[in-house]
Design a protein around this ligand. Structure first.
Ligand code: HEC
Ligand code: HEC
Ligand code: HEC
Ligand code: HEC
Ligand code: HEC
Ligand code: HEC
Length: 501
């Protein structure tokens, strides 16, 4: 300002405050603006008026605090810079180190105010960062913020048993390390979304998914396994009458104690006493030529598929856990076949409409470029075939609903992209190892290849046949086509669509 040489302590002069500079002023405006925004959004959030909007949380707990912090940094940065400038103007060279003298009234006052404000700020940050943490761990954040990208997973998630289990309970796991890991991953994903470089569909399996020990087993621990389960798979043939053909199975899931039956059965693979490891040649883990079992005593058995003589790269060997069978616990996309069987069974599509199963499955299984095209073609197809028939409106509405919940052309997501490993009908599943073709060095196959080793068929067919229960099980009677002796696996013909007869 002027050329005079003021003494730093002369209280008489108008003090040239270090806070009076453009940077600090701008910072103060930004900080107070975002503080106000934060408080406003926070009130909305607390009173519940903004709950339904996923962006609300992001604005309140991520964007506003970010600008608040930037504003405060600018205020302080500006002041430091100004202090430096003033000292030079006063001809003192570099500023003297800041000295706080508690015997001075003014210093005590400044310190008091500063301390008080810091406390308030820390308190707000504590609330804020907890909310930020909570928010970035919530399902809204995971699923809706990236709504096109994760839309399919979110839609599917709401329809299954885990709809009340947070995304992060399976995807992130516990502890600060996994939180930070996930957020770093998140930044990469945000980049991919912003620059539109993500893959469609999102690839599964996820290679860095937490081991099931740290996720699934928090809620379902192997010592508490289920025991036998009875399942009726209600199915319909693709004929004109939509003939029911159901299979009632008793699945030998196995328990691990007196409550749920003797240890063993299907859940044997994840018991604490044994280790099953495998090597898959493809990314989807569908072709498994090599399996190694280490039992309680440490004895090792290796099974190789016919024709595979090598030893896999140890880095590609994976220890089997829950997810190797339950790979779609939260996001299952129904195949056209499964979806129509369910809809007919529940009476949502009228079984009296001739060949409605075959027709709808065919329409659903076509590739469509966009959601809108798919909806239009499905609706037209059904209306043309069943013009004037009773129940057509209901059928159209239901099939469209199936389409919206299970098919996502924009993300190229449908059942065929994510083969399910439970069972063996539409994809190899259990038969990846239990196909009788995997032999140990001594020549024995992987056990449990007979049809009744994993389940017994209590009844099958429809009507009176289905009512006849056979406690020891019956042999499977395949409808219409004779499959015995063909040497084919179920998934060689079945793939979720109509088979070419
Ligand atoms: C019960 C556990 C569980 C919950 C809850 C869960 N997921 Fe998953 N999710 C999985 C598993 C397991 C896979 C991996 C499938 C695989 O490896 O084949 C997966 C895969 C995914 C994939 C990869 C693409 C795909 O479809 O396989 C995305 C994206 C995803 N989940 C998002 C979410 C979102 C968003 C939520 C919350 C709305 C969520 N998940 C909740 C278990 C879960
Ligand atoms: C936060 C707890 C929690 C976690 C973590 C969790 N589950 Fe579940 N799971 C549940 C609950 C609750 C149910 C519903 C039980 C019911 O319907 O009676 C359930 C149901 C199931 C079912 C039967 C329902 C169905 O889908 O047919 C399976 C199978 C299952 N979970 C597997 C898994 C797997 C695999 C994982 C890990 C990827 C996992 N769960 C992680 C709580 C959890
Ligand atoms: C070898 C494949 C396999 C492995 C590994 C496996 N499961 Fe299962 N699990 C099954 C099958 C098959 C069923 C039968 C029910 C079905 O068809 O969904 C089942 C049933 C269940 C059920 C009961 C479902 C119900 O409807 O009541 C739960 C819960 C479950 N598994 C959790 C787990 C957990 C947790 C793990 C890991 C510790 C695990 N499973 C490992 C194949 C497996
Ligand atoms: C990665 C290979 C692999 C997959 C996939 C697999 N299993 Fe197994 N399973 C094995 C091996 C290996 C054994 C036992 C080998 C031994 O005892 O030496 C076994 C044993 C079993 C047993 C006999 C357990 C007992 O009581 O001794 C049952 C039942 C079984 N599996 C069911 C299933 C079902 C159902 C599925 C599909 C949901 C499945 N397995 C998927 C490798 C696999
Ligand atoms: C390694 C274990 C295992 C073996 C061996 C096995 N199954 Fe299965 N099977 C399963 C499981 C698991 C399911 C799925 C149950 C479910 O979807 O909940 C299943 C489902 C089925 C279904 C119902 C299919 C549907 O979705 O409508 C039939 C039918 C069936 N099996 C027949 C057979 C026949 C026939 C054989 C012998 C060639 C056989 N299974 C061998 C494990 C096995
Ligand atoms: C040679 C091809 C072929 C093989 C192999 C095959 N299926 Fe089928 N399957 C068919 C045909 C064709 C139908 C009749 C389609 C229809 O009318 O819906 C059918 C119908 C069924 C049905 C009646 C419900 C439905 O979805 O149509 C079941 C259940 C079934 N098969 C189970 C199995 C099982 C389990 C295996 C393996 C053990 C198997 N199939 C192997 C061709 C085959």
């Amino acid at each position: 300002m002027t050329g005079q040489t003021p003494s730093p302590d002369s209280a008489g002069q108008a003090r040239q405050s270090i806070w009076r500079n453009w940077y600090s002023l701008a910072g103060a405006i930004i900080a107070s603006g975002s503080l106000f925004a934060f408080l406003f959004l926070f009130t909305l959030d607390m009173t519940g008026s903004g709950k339904s909007n996923p962006y609300m949380g992001i604005l309140c707990y991520v964007v506003a605090p970010f600008f608040l912090a930037c504003g405060l940094a600018l205020v302080i940065g500006g002041a430091v810079r100004r202090r430096h400038e003033l000292a030079i103007l006063r001809g003192l060279g570099a500023p003297q180190p800041l000295a706080i003298d508690l015997s001075r009234e003014r210093d005590r006052r400044i310190l008091g105010v500063f301390g008080g404000l810091t406390m308030v700020y820390l308190l707000l940050t504590a609330v804020g960062s907890y909310q930020t943490y909570e928010y970035t761990e919530s399902d809204t954040f995971c699923g809706m913020v990236c709504h096109t990208v994760m839309g399919p997973e979110l839609t599917a998630y709401h329809r299954f048993a885990h709809a009340r289990v947070a995304c992060v309970d399976c995807h992130v796991g516990e502890g600060a390390a996994s939180y930070i890991n996930a957020k770093i991953n998140g930044v990469r994903q945000l980049y991919a979304i912003t620059f539109n470089t993500f893959s469609r569909p999102i690839p599964a399996p996820i290679h860095n998914l937490r081991p099931a020990r740290e996720t699934c087993e928090h809620c379902h621990w192997p010592e508490k396994h289920t025991g036998n389960l009875e399942r009726t798979l209600n199915r319909y043939l693709a004929d004109d009458a939509n003939t029911p053909y159901s299979v009632r199975l008793l699945l030998k899931v196995g328990g691990s104690g007196s409550e749920h039956g003797r240890p063993g059965g299907i859940h044997w693979h994840t018991s604490r006493d044994t280790k099953v490891e495998y090597y898959a040649t493809d990314d989807k883990r569908q072709t498994i030529p090599w399996v190694r079992v280490t039992d309680k005593s440490g004895a090792v058995t290796v099974y190789r598929k016919k024709g595979y003589k090598d030893n896999p790269d140890p880095r590609l060997v994976r220890q089997m856990d829950c997810i190797d069978c339950h790979n779609r616990p939260a996001h299952r996309y129904n195949s056209p076949d499964d979806a129509m069987d369910e809809a007919i069974y529940l009476g949502r599509v009228d079984r009296a409409l001739p060949a409605v199963k075959r027709t709808a499955v065919d329409l659903l299984a076509q590739p469509y470029a966009t959601r809108a095209e798919g909806e239009a073609r499905i609706s037209d197809g059904l209306r043309k075939k069943y013009a004037g028939a009773k129940g057509v409106d209901g059928a159209v509405a239901e099939v469209l609903d199936i389409y919206r919940n299970n098919f996502f052309p924009e993300m190229k997501v449908d059942w065929s992209k994510y083969p399910e490993n439970i069972g063996h009908l539409d994809s190899p599943g259990c038969f990846r190892c239990h196909d009788g073709d995997h032999k140990s060095e001594s020549g024995g196959p992987v056990p449990a290849t007979a049809c009744d080793s994993c389940h017994v068929i209590l009844a099958q067919g429809s009507g009176a046949d289905l009512a006849k229960l056979a406690p020891n099980g019956v042999a499977f009677k395949h409808p219409s086509t004779d499959i015995d002796g063909l040497g084919l696996s179920c998934s060689d013909c079945h793939n979720g669509k109509n088979q070419e007869n």
